[in-house]
Design a protein around this ligand. Sequence first.
Ligand code: KIV
Length: 257
Amino acid sequence: MLDLAAAKASGRRLSMVTAYDWTSARLVDAAGIDCVLVGDSVAMVVAGRSSTIPATLEQMIYHGEIVARAAERAFVVVDLPFPYQHLGVRAAVKACARLLKETGCQGVKLEGTAGQADVIAGIAAAGIPVIGHVGLRPQAVHQLGGYRMQRDLDRLMADARAAADAGAFSVLMECIPEAAARAITAELAVPTFGIGAGAGCDGQVLVFHDLVGLSLERVPKFARAYADAKGTMAAALEGWRKDVEAGRFPGPSETRG
Ligand code: KIV
């Protein structure tokens, strides 16, 4: 069982990667990564939507169940999709309870400001481990004027503190200045995860497709590809097509009888 508080106390850096399907979840889990996030980025990465806003509760349950079943070791967290955290404590707790009961995931993550502290408190009081997501909140992309760095340190600190004080077991910070992320990490007793927030966080999180070089669309500047999965897969597909066209596939070893 992952002990995030002990990790923070010992200074061990934590890792979290998204997964949406059985194969990617198995790979993330087998790589020894601490947490798997069934992100609502599924709407963009898997479904090709232009934002995370269209992700539905049913879709998060569908993908969450697959990922939770695939992960044997890692702590699995699933995103609360828009707009449940804005529908009041009761509706948010009900949605999070469905996410936990119907997926087997161990925690939920929700985007919010200090204004959602009561919702985080309600979810935590229901015994549901919850991560607060502050800074760039993709579900609020239209209100924030695009996918841009959030720089208001007072506001970021207030949002992160509110989430932790309300009972969040961790706070995820997206696209904020490194100095702000360091200050928040030093201030909070709970571990922080950063994405586009510099090296001063307790842990780092990346989207699976960005990390393995499989993203077809805009790759954020803060992501690093550790492989060229897109190139490898494109070459494999083209190679197979050419072999079929030239009569080289199937060959004797792929043929029975
Ligand atoms: O949905 C997601 O993939 C996320 C990450 C960007 C942290 O929330």
